[in-house]
Design a protein around this ligand. Sequence first.
Ligand code: SF4
Ligand code: SF4
Length: 391
Amino acid sequence: MAKEQKLNGTVIVTYRCNARCSMCNRYKAPSKQDEEISLETIKKLPKMYFTNITGGEPFIRTDLKDIVRELYKKSDRIVISTNGFFTNRIVDLAKEFPQIGIRISIEGLEQTNNEIRGLDNGYQRGYNTLKKLREMGMKDVGFGMTVQDKNAPDLVPLYNISNEMGMEFATASLHNSFYFVEAKNIIKDRPMVAKNFENLINELLKSNSPKKWFRAYFNHGLINYIYGQKRLLPCDMSFDTFFIDPYGDVMPCNGTKDKEVMGNLNTQSWDELWSSPEAEMVRKKVRHCDRDCWMIGSVSPAMYKYIWTPAWWVFTHKLKSLFGGKYSMYENKIVRDLRDGKVTKEELDKCSTCDMCAVVNNGLSEASKAQLVGKTGEEIVDADIAAQMKG
Ligand code: SF4
Ligand code: SF4
């Protein structure tokens, strides 16, 4: 009998969020609570080798424990991405599931983080949550940082803090998509940001951890991405990877301009949805997608699948570092071309997904849109949280 194929899945349990990040407007476009993905729908998901639970802010959902319990029946490994605000809820969940992974987004050192994230005391809360989890003996905990002009100088200092705490350090950069409800994100000073990535890459290559050497490759890919170049590895989202949103809509990824729907798991079975003509249409679009995202969700499966490309890069660069050599951002032709005036900043801006005139589609259902008439997303979510805290 053929071995059952396990997938890589991301479950967006809510679009509600209590943060006010400068690079994401999701907090302005929350999902309506009673429409959010139910346990019945989660039970219909396929077997997965990896599941990422994300939002919005997933810990806004008071039934997150039930969701995790259900997902552990079908997933080998689960990582939750959170802004770290609900410390008690995170700690409480970690007590029941000590094997779970937790990634807390921290966008720089204290002042920078609080400015970008817009959460009062956000840095201290995130940092304290991470510390508590570590003290509890949890192994799979770490920082996540979205690198941009404002926080790039904090990249290596924050990596050093994560290292001192013995934690994972995941990076990303600015993306535009329906998921982030944003089309205007763009890196302004590419050489400065690339220089900070270069410093991080050299720190990672210096370490004794093969995992960190591969992270160095990922960050090398981020330099390539912020210069608007073709992805270093093919994108195979929707082939063995999927995202499911709070409405049960299954999508290839979170990087598309508009929401691309393969089917709906509230109304369909997984097999019916996964082999539907709609799913095939989406796969064809993915094959021709020119957005060239470089986010861990789409790159990590590609790094496993096309292992020889990153492995060769790691081998040559680790060897070089052992002999005192260093990685240079100028290994990327496009970085040299900008330095040498062969291409202009404006030309590179055009290669990005930034579109100052775009009307952003937020992917909300009609009912979720309707609750925004006369009220802002922030007001709705603040009232939600206040009610939860009372109850
Ligand atoms: S990036 Fe995350 S934490 Fe920030 S507003 Fe968007 S969903 Fe919320
Ligand atoms: S490059 Fe891949 S991850 Fe990005 S939008 Fe296209 S299909 Fe999605």
